[in-house]
Design a protein around this ligand. Structure first.
Ligand code: CA2
Length: 144
């Protein structure tokens, strides 16, 4: 069975507690439940990781090199700042889909650029937590 790792970055552990007009009212537990249901539907196994620390996210991507077949990554604000996360994705041979809950291109200009996009196979942005399910479908389509 193909396996997918869903990684959430900084502040996403607090999702659902404020800014519902931007991010909706779903929590990270709701994201995980949606991804579990989607994995069952697609015949994938799924695991989860969240950290507020850039180095911990990099370590997890390195670990994924030998443990999973695909990565769904919402690196939060690190998407817009982190060359190190770009390099981590480039240094492992695991396809990654970049995910954002909000549409980063309809927001402040500093969110329009992501260092991760060139290292990802694609990006899903702006569909609320459904962005994660769409990213899982994109990965599953590569396995079938
Ligand atoms: O839209 C996304 O998924 C983002 O990756 C979320 C990041 C933001 O910096 C990116 O530009 C776009 C921020 C996550 C903040 O998480 C929240 C925590 C508490 C309440 C609401 C959101």
């Amino acid at each position: 069975m193909s396996s997918v790792l869903v990684i959430n970055g900084p502040n996403l552990n607090l999702l659902g507690t404020r800014q519902p007009e931007v991010y909706g009212s779903d929590t990270i537990e709701d994201i995980e439940a949606l991804c579990r249901d989607t994995a069952t539907e697609l015949g994938l196994s799924v695991s989860f990781f969240q950290s507020n620390h850039e180095g911990a996210l990099i370590d997890k991507i390195h670990e994924a090199r030998t443990t999973v077949d695909g990565i769904v990554l919402n690196a939060g604000a690190y998407s817009h700042t982190s060359v190190a996360l770009h390099d981590a994705l480039k240094s492992v041979d695991v396809p990654a889909v970049e995910v954002h809950i909000s549409n980063i291109h309809s927001r402040e200009s500093f969110r329009h650029h992501s260092y991760l996009t060139p290292a990802a196979i694609g990006i899903v942005s702006g569909f609320g937590i459904q962005s994660y399910a769409l990213a899982m479908r994109a990965l599953a389509s590569r396995y079938s």
